[in-house]
Design a protein around this ligand. Sequence first.
Ligand code: NDP
Ligand code: 2IT
Length: 452
Amino acid sequence: MAVLDHIDFARFIEGVKRRNPGQPEYVQAVQEVAEDIFDFIQDKEEYHEYQILRRIAEPDRVVSFRVCWQDDKGNVRVQRGWRVQNSNAIGPYKGGIRFHPSVTESVLKFLAFEQTFKNSLTGLPMGGGKGGANFNPKGKSDHEVMRFCQSFMTELYCHVGADIDVPAGDIGVGAREIGYMFGQYKRITNKFTGVLTGKGLEYGGSLIRTEATGYGATYFLQNMLERVGNSIDGKTCVISGSGNVATHAAEKINHLGGKVLTLSDSAGFIHDPDGIDPEKVNWVKQHKTKRRGRIADYVKQFKGAKFYEGKRPWGVKCDLAMPCATENELNGEDTKTLINNGCIAVAEGANMPTDLEGVHVFKSAKILFAPGKAANGGGVAVSGLEMSQNSARISWNEEELQKLLTDIMKGIHDSCVEYGGTRGSEHIDYVRGANIAGFKKMADAMLAYGVV
Ligand code: NDP
Ligand code: 2IT
């Protein structure tokens, strides 16, 4: 076979930018991974010959569609929906659905790209995908959300399936939305299959799926600390977000003896110096999911806490940090502030919450830094276990699932250690470890398929 010249890094990134105009989040995600992969594949001729990196930086397909729905006043509304099927090299496409006004093709492409590496790291047979719409669920009635979900699934159903592509939740998509979408899929196809994960327990959902991402990210943090003879016990932790991932991370930090100081939403953050204990976390969960309320209301409920409007929590002095809200919520300045304030470990519950400059700061400061694709893999891992249970038409108990989740998180941690170490140093570059370990499995499967 004719072999092209080894392309250099700058030319590769230029090409990615040229082929994806106006898609900064996607370019950022590819660049962060490529920085590590270039070095790894340097002397591995097959990966060059088969253009593995170039092929990975091009989604298998992107489907986009119009989603028409009617609001409660009878107005016709139009949204745009997408499903990005990034790679099914090691299993059916798998990844969440996001409903948020900020959703664009670039955001979903970056999420599907990250998801592919994350799913590979779990060790389960899942490819990577992501979907969503620029729909804002905030302020919408249950009936409006239901009509939107039904219309969205009416467009999506022909692209997904239990052995094809299995969506789940993400920002703005939780149990309620999954229920509406599953109901519509079943209605259209007359099939009861594991086409979605994160389902209710009454209709094929798995125990601990709801908790899995936040718990898993905290287990990862604990694994990193234990490796260097440290622990979460007695440490303070700053958390951003107040949704599914943030509240379950807060819950687990409390279980493991840590003290949670902050939570946030898109309007600002609350700082509670007394600690956001389990009872307070429960209140936040109820307030954000059942009442669809705002984090600012926390200060009316619990004395001693303060709300900082329009601000992020990274200036609060802490030992540990868990960004659990959204992408690019931590920049280079924020990462320096955390380090200067004595933060020793960061585990990303969100996807790509640290921007490229921030990643470089964490890497060169050599603190314990777990990227989202490693640390937040617990959610999709339990989704993978939900798929297995659905295929076998059985349900595992909580104890079995808890054990599987902790084992999978330890497995991801150990893969990062295997590929992220440097000879002669105790330090682990978890970003490099995750990128290389995630890449290798996928790349080797692609080699087995030849040029497809
Ligand atoms: P939720 O919708 O449950 O919560 C999202 C939280 O983040 C809310 O507090 C929300 O505030 C805040 N937020 C959302 N967008 C922004 C923004 N642009 N600026 C500031 N705050 C924002 O979502 P999840 O908890 O499920 O997801 C959080 C992160 O975790 C995302 O990056 C997601 O991709 C990632 N993730 C989720 C997994 C899961 O299983 N759910 C698995 C792995 C990763 P507000 O209420 O004001 O919108
Ligand atoms: O980013 C993620 O890993 C998720 N939103 C969960 C995906 C899934 O399929 O459970």
